[in-house]
Design a protein around this ligand. Structure first.
Ligand code: DGL
Length: 355
């Protein structure tokens, strides 16, 4: 394209004004990527906040439903998927991650919001926190009630998410999750209640709050993320298959063997207590480790604490990995990304301590 020659100062300032207006220089440019979930849900009865169909309302209607959104940002939407999030697959994660990375490279994009079902929102948030090499704010948001219900929470949650994504103070904090007036790191946050608006908690607490469109920060993430990550979404075309088996009284090795038979490269043990493994299961895990399957001990006990290496099990002797404070579903995400780079147990353990 031939360079534009500016013949006068007047022409230069006119061009600047035109460009500024076109790209919304007075307001941050935020792109909303919609994937479905309850925030896009619809029900037949205003009194029923838990009976509805998820993934019905398109992104343009979500944006149109918040007229004051233009006060905080220049917003445009893309409908990436329209699904309930329990149906997310590794392929959905990869497609979404690559789209976010491409948008983050665009100079006319200041922040990105992802609307998402709450069931697996925490998994997507941690995944993007691991693989996006950007400092730009990426904020994931959902809702616990459909827009058709009384006291629906999606409208304010989405408004808040756009405000956080458009704020320069949000940069460099990794992937963020905002619901119920709180701002969480995508690494820690998890869904703890299935039918209340106060559903998401972080074992180590939120990073801040968002009130009347303004973010108030109280702490920063402690683990590696985004710009500091060794993983790169643009270098990943397939995530490793990893499955989770729950620990409980009377447990048997059946599930672990079946998952390994199905091609799992790692098994996450959602153990009792400190990631304990039943005597009835240990021999099978040792055998599977001997066949090259990675064994990663997490815990079914969540909400603060972590699985200690060589405490409940001789991890060094068995060549197993501990998931540290990551719950089983988060441990699966990190294992599926980590195994794209290494199969070495020591390297995997380093990654579980650093991310
Ligand atoms: N089906 C669930 C999902 O899409 C609904 C829960 C929600 O989005 O809040 O995650």
């Amino acid at each position: 394209m031939k360079p534009v020659r500016i013949r006068s100062l007047f022409a230069a300032s006119a061009l600047f004004v035109a460009c500024s207006a076109a790209f919304g220089a007075d307001k941050p440019n935020v792109v909303i990527l919609a994937t479905g979930g309850t925030i896009a849900g619809a029900g037949a009865d205003v009194a029923k906040s838990a009976t509805y169909q998820a993934a019905k309302v398109p992104v343009d209607k979500l944006i149109a439903g918040i007229p004051t959104l233009a006060d905080v940002a220049q917003v445009r939407g893309e409908q990436v998927f329209q699904i309930a999030s329990e149906s997310f697959t590794n392929d959905h994660l990869l497609k979404l991650g690559k789209r976010v990375a491409a948008l983050a490279r665009q100079p006319d994009v200041d922040g990105i919001v992802i609307t998402h079902g709450t069931d697996t929102l925490e998994e997507t948030a941690f995944f993007l926190n691991l693989v996006l090499k950007t400092d730009k704010p990426v904020v994931i948001v959902g809702s616990m009630r459909p827009g058709t219900a009384m006291s629906a929470d999606g409208m304010l949650n989405l408004y808040n998410a756009v405000a956080v994504a458009g704020s320069k103070d949000s940069a460099g904090k990794g992937v963020l999750v905002t619901l119920n007036d709180e701002i969480h790191t995508g690494r820690d946050v998890t869904k703890t209640v299935n039918i209340k608006t106060e559903a998401f908690k972080s074992p180590w607490g939120p990073l801040g709050m968002i009130v009347e469109g303004k973010a108030y920060w109280f702490r920063a993430p402690a683990k590696r993320h985004t710009r500091g990550t060794e993983f790169d979404i643009d270098a990943i075309d397939t995530l490793a298959p990893v499955d989770i088996a729950y620990g409980y009284g009377n447990a048997t090795p059946t599930a672990y063997r079946a998952f390994a038979q199905g091609g799992a490269r790692a098994l996450i043990h959602a153990g009792t207590g400190n990631g304990s493994v039943s005597d009835a299961v240990v021999p099978a895990l040792q055998e599977l480790r001997g066949k090259g399957v990675q064994i990663i001990r997490s815990s079914r006990v969540t909400g603060g604490g972590f699985v200690l290496r060589n405490a409940e099990q001789p991890d060094d002797k068995y060549d197993w990995v501990v998931a540290h404070d990551l719950n089983p579903q988060k441990a699966r995400i990190l294992a599926s990304v980590a195994l794209t780079r290494t199969s070495d147990t020591r390297e995997l353990q380093r990654m579980f301590m650093e991310y």
